[in-house]
Design a protein around this ligand. Structure first.
Ligand SMILES: [Fe+2]
Length: 199
């Protein structure tokens, strides 16, 4: 049986037909006040990956997933392809690291770290390159929204000097099976200094 709060969330997402107001979505999410106990059967064991990934809802306009994070592993730096999005922290603590390349005069990039706590809702503009990781022992669980549904996501594997477009059902890591790697490229020079994990 689908938990009540997920049913209400899906009903809201289905009601969106033209565009997404991130402010309205934030209010909706805050009103629902989803907690880990409401989504126990949506928690995917991350196994040896940075997070377990569970699809809640997908239309051409919006996609919603629940991510259950590994205690140790950060995801790879990545963009969100054609999408903008938002993240809501259901449980635990984490860190979001954004790489800002807007200084076109040089290859220097600015690193902006934001700490994530239970109840935070953050907007992620299109084109942002970021990585996330869990902090502490309490299980980090996050709700992710992408509009339109995620497509053409690029991951940057700086340790192995490669970047690639992954399939729409792959998370932010180097694909575990070749079918999920749609295109591999040599890494752009400006990404060479991106660490795989931010300490
Ligand atoms: Fe992301």
């Amino acid at each position: 049986m689908t938990p009540k709060k997920i049913t209400l969330l899906v009903k809201y997402l289905k009601s969106l037909n033209k565009s997404v107001s991130w402010k309205e979505l934030e209010i909706e999410i805050e009103n629902l006040s989803i907690e880990i106990k409401d989504i126990l059967n949506y928690l995917e064991d991350p196994l040896n990956l940075p997070y377990g990934r569970k699809l809640v809802f997908k239309s051409s306009l919006i996609e919603c997933l629940i991510m259950t994070w590994s205690i140790e592993k950060a995801c790879l730096p990545h963009d969100h392809g054609i999408s903008e999005g938002a993240i809501y922290v259901v449980n635990g603590q984490g860190k979001n690291s954004i790489f800002n390349f807007s200084n076109k005069q040089s290859n220097q990039r600015e690193l902006i770290n934001t700490f994530l706590n239970k109840g935070d809702f953050i907007y992620v503009p299109k084109g942002i390159i970021h990585l996330m990781q869990s902090l502490g022992d309490d299980r980090l669980v996050t709700l992710h929204f992408y509009s339109p549904a995620i497509h053409d996501m690029k991951v940057f594997d700086t340790k192995n000097n490669r970047q690639g477009i992954v399939s729409d059902d792959c998370g932010a890591w180097w694909p575990e099976v070749p079918e999920k790697l749609l295109r591999e490229e040599k890494i752009d020079e400006k990404f060479l200094n991106i660490p795989n994990k931010i300490l």
